[in-house]
Design a binder for this molecule. Structure first.
Ligand code: ADP
Length: 259
């Protein structure tokens, strides 16, 4: 059982609202096709679809005014739209993908998942389908509603489905000593242990940078799965072949998280 996370930075043009990265989506669909038939779940991010809408209506801050309800639904709709394109691309290359809305089976409390009913996902997997989920607008028992990241979904699903490997596909080669887009001297870290990871998150928190989102957010979410023995690898999904190699368990450029 494998879980593939496709970052919003990969499946969309992050700086152009409502713009898919169609070449990436089509290529990644082929890479997924080449890695079959082992069972897998795909989770994708929001990129330029969910994020601008969620931000405009302040969905992640929770319910404050009735006018946000339209925004809550619009955020979800934006994600449904992106999900449709990704699922369609998978179907075109023979991947039996099936889009499922996280908001229909996940509830959060203060933005953390408290309810996740994986029974239906297991049935879809049992039928031979490949569920394709996404970061979504979800109901939250404490603040009314919230935005749930694909990264958090991946981690909770990994536990529920007893995944053996998680592949994070993002727009950088893996975890670096600093944000490679901001720091020219940043170096790629090929292997990162839980202890080193903890140190990095603390540094991030101290500098007040990139604590909840970005790469450190991912890595922090991943810690629990790594501790439970799941293989976690972060690769550049923008480079042809890396996601396929990582899915197949081949050696590939990226960052492997280790206990
Ligand atoms: P995605 O949309 O793929 O889920 P995010 O944009 O949330 O990805 O996170 C990936 C981004 O995190 C990278 O594009 C990079 O700019 C940033 N980042 C910040 N710190 C680091 C780091 N130490 N190593 C790698 N990337 C980092």
């Amino acid at each position: 059982m494998r879980i593939l996370k496709l970052g919003g930075s990969v499946v969309t043009e992050k700086d152009k609202p409502f713009t898919p990265n169609t070449p990436n989506i089509e290529r990644l669909a082929r890479e997924v096709a080449a890695s079959l038939p082992a069972p897998m779940v795909i989770v994708h991010g929001g990129g330029s679809y969910g994020h601008p809408v969620a931000k405009h209506y302040k969905i992640s801050e929770g319910y404050k005014t009735p006018s946000q309800l339209i925004g809550f639904s619009k955020t979800h709709q934006a994600m449904v739209q992106l999900n449709k394109m990704i699922v369609d691309a998978m179907l075109d290359v023979g991947v039996p993908a099936f889009g499922l809305s996280p908001s229909s089976f996940i509830v959060t409390e203060s933005r953390r998942i408290t309810e996740l009913d994986a029974s239906n996902i297991k049935r879809y997997l049992g039928a031979g389908l490949i569920p394709v989920l996404y970061g979504d607008a979800v109901l939250d028992t404490q603040q009314g509603f919230s935005i749930l990241s694909g990264d958090q979904i991946v981690m909770r699903l990994a536990a529920s489905l007893k995944a053996s490997r998680i592949v994070f596909g993002s727009d950088v080669d893996g975890v670096y000593t600093a944000d490679p887009k901001l720091v020219k001297e940043a170096r790629l870290i090929p292997r990162l242990s839980l202890k080193e990871l903890d140190g990095m998150v603390k540094i991030g928190e101290a500098l007040n940078t990139d604590v909840t989102g970005g790469m450190l957010g991912k890595v922090r979410e991943a810690a629990e799965a790594v501790a439970a023995g799941v293989e976690v690898i972060l690769v550049n999904a923008g480079v042809a072949g890396r996601v396929e190699a990582a899915l197949c368990g081949e050696k590939v450029m990226g960052t492997v998280l280790t206990r």
